[in-house]
Design a protein around this ligand. Sequence first.
Ligand code: ADP
Ligand code: MG
Ligand code: ZN
Length: 201
Amino acid sequence: MTLTMTRADGGRVEVVCGSMFSGKTEELIRRLRRALLGRLRVQVFKPAIDTRYHDTKIVSHSALALEAEVVRDPRELLSLVRADTEVVGVDEAQFFGHELVDVVQTLADRGVRVILAGLDQDYLGRPFEPVPQLMAIAEDVTKCHAVCTVCGGAASRSQRVVDASHNGRIQVGAAESYEARCRHCFEDPEKATKVIARAAG
Ligand code: ADP
Ligand code: MG
Ligand code: ZN
């Protein structure tokens, strides 16, 4: 029997998730750089909402960076993927809506390796859609952990340390607004006001 590789053989979904500072973007960049070393045709995307560091780059908290195309929604992302692209990287997947799931399925069915990085929980510790849905359809899921800023253990949650009351679920920010916390050191903002008081005082 002759084994022939078709492009469809490469089609798969990989999710890199975890809290803020857990190394999701570093891991995404690592995988994409290896794909580039293998001379694969790679495209990288990020949502327009995330303009913390640089307009057209994905950037980690440790200052690794890779050029990216900025898109407003999953439809635009799909329309920009070229016919011969083999690997698609997406950072901050939690900022795209549910439509991202269909777009990712379409690309993977077409033979594209899709690697997505995103927060799996919001600042209240609730699943952050569409990342849980992406984890469900993925061939491979990597859960990254940060270092808990309180106890030094493995952190799975992002604690908002500025007043949570007037910003809602999406508040783009970096070190100044969030801390990595483990399950035990995480304080539910809806139950405790301690964190806010500490940040203010
Ligand atoms: P993410 O994309 O998950 O927010 P990044 O890949 O951007 O994470 O950044 C990970 C880097 O953040 C680490 O390599 C480290 O240099 C830095 N960092 C800052 N605070 C922490 C922390 N509390 N735990 C782990 N890494 C941290
Ligand atoms: Mg990141
Ligand atoms: Zn802890």
